[in-house]
Design a protein around this ligand. Sequence first.
Ligand SMILES: Cc1cc2nc3c(=O)[nH]c(=O)nc-3n(C[C@H](O)[C@H](O)[C@H](O)COP(=O)(O)OP(=O)(O)OC[C@H]3O[C@@H](n4cnc5c(N)ncnc54)[C@H](O)[C@@H]3O)c2cc1C
Length: 636
Amino acid sequence: MLEARIPTGPIEQQWDKCRFEMKLVNPANRRKHSIIVVGAGLAGAAAAATLGQQGYHVHCFSYHDTPRRAHSVAAQGGINSAKNYRNDGDSILRLFKDTVKGGDFRAREANVYRLAQISLNIIDQCVAQGVPFAREYGGLLDNRSFGGVQVERTFYARGQTGQQLLLGAYQALEEQIAAGRVTMHTRSELLDVVIVNGRARGIVTRNLATGHIERHVADVVVLATGGYSNVFYLSTNAKASNCTAIWRAHRRGALFGNPCFTQIHPTCIPLSSEHQSKLTLMSESLRNDGRVWVPKKKGETRAAKDIPENERDYYLESRYPSFGNLVPRDVASRNAKEVCDEGRGVGSSGQGVYLDFADAIQRLGLEVVREKYGNLFDIYQRITGEDAYTVPMRIYPAPHYTMGGLWVDYRLMTTIPGLFAGGEANFSDHGANRLGASALMQGLADGYFVLPCTVPDYIASTKLDPVDVSHPAFADAEAEVRNRIKMLLSIKGKRSPDSFHKELGKIMWDECGMARSEAGLKKALARIPWLRDEFWKNLKIVGGEDELNQTLEKANRVSDFLELAELMCLDALQRTESCGGHFRLESQTADGEAKRDDANFSYTAAWEWKGTGQAPALHKEPLVFEHVPLSQRSYK
Ligand SMILES: Cc1cc2nc3c(=O)[nH]c(=O)nc-3n(C[C@H](O)[C@H](O)[C@H](O)COP(=O)(O)OP(=O)(O)OC[C@H]3O[C@@H](n4cnc5c(N)ncnc54)[C@H](O)[C@@H]3O)c2cc1C
């Protein structure tokens, strides 16, 4: 069932070979084909613009009112590329190896190698679009470090890298919209994928402004709908980010890869109140110059400035001398949790560690620090009321990114022929832990470079029957969408979608968050079906279906989170090893690091939906490591 379609031959030549072997569509024939791209974040906008430029009829969908509001806009720190402008020993091979190792050997080598190769083209593409990457005094592009690596390969635009990259992709998209090759459907939410004769041939959407349910047909469907960290309710993702597109595709037959692989980011502003509905990231780039510490004494009550040097524990620097504050995210997050669990956390909740810039300011001067990180310090000031130039920031880990997603082969096609997935929506190239600044790289690699080759190959090599929206499969999918909405509206219970979402998020954070155990996961697996049942009996939605109704939107999304959460826990339960962001308490080394079990778990878990109330089936894609020998990760 799982055919990854990895090209044969030396890994350095696989992508070239694949591109050469793929079929082409004559430019004059391209306008006869239509492609649906769902998502207008970095991955979706890049794919839609590039396929439009090639001459296809592209229909691009987003639930936002403009592509510029996609969650990609929030990315702060940077984007990796093996350009080696620093001449500090970087190369495609090094980026490849760092990424495989950073992902704790749970990613597919061939994809990661291609990603490292394409990383060079991405920077050229974005610079040509006018993306204002930071430059050094002489005019050359500047670089900085991110966690888990020992070279400086991260390109950035202050703390607004995602926004600037998205503006580049958006301009390219707008050009194609103006040229009539891309039709943009904003405020349209995908609620189902339509399968005709085993192939993805369209989608059913709801117009969020009017409530109209619409059918759209195409030759190919691409999902670039982002990640599902909001299953935890509190996360650094945009409030609207959700799993509906990929989950409904999963219910239609697309296998779901590694659902339990989620990333908890170490540098977020700690939760300050019960009523908070969103967490804010402080970019990992801050760990370039900020030093992480906690008091040595448990229950310390003195302010940071009153704690002398010899009573501070710079625990990352002492435990991991080679990488220090730049250890990968999973390692930094786990260590923060550990010192807080020991009672040495800071802030009123005790759930925080310091990120201190005093040394950097002394070494570099206030203006240099302001130049590099000023907007992040401003965000911090606005949220906490504290001035991080004079008082150390307080940070704590929070859900941030999902490495899991729809399983895709080397060509980014899901197990449904004609349904592709790119960006954070697929199970990605990051294995069990994504290194910082690698999501933007992967989203743009998928959108600008991979999908524009593999989607045309699918079109050229497939006999596509003429289909229109009157096909019974569209009527069935639309009926299902309408029934689900009617059911949600008919419950007329007492609880809001948010109250269910919050309760689910707490279960997931407690039992399937930074640390997982058999007992905890079993507890969650007992609780989630109960909560889902309660949702379908006691949900309250105000307003109707044929109008703008944000409560209904939320309810639809929460109903999917309630199903996905169970799959995440099942996946976490079956993987009794620790790896990357998936830390099983039962599987640790003597010094508390994640202990992998390569003999039994060197595979991607790909889950098949078997129907409501049925146990899903687990398929395994074995992972083979020929170029990066399996080893215990060490950042010491
Ligand atoms: C705060 C923050 C900072 C980050 N900083 C960095 C960084 O510095 N470097 C880095 O590499 N990564 C970073 N990341 C991760 C990175 O930003 C994301 O992984 C990446 O931007 C995801 O891009 P995407 O195109 O896959 O999805 P998104 O940008 O999330 O776009 C999803 C699109 O799909 C649409 N959509 C979704 N569902 C539907 C539906 N059902 N119907 C219609 N449309 C739908 C949305 O409207 C949107 O247009 C950060 C993440 C966060 C949360």
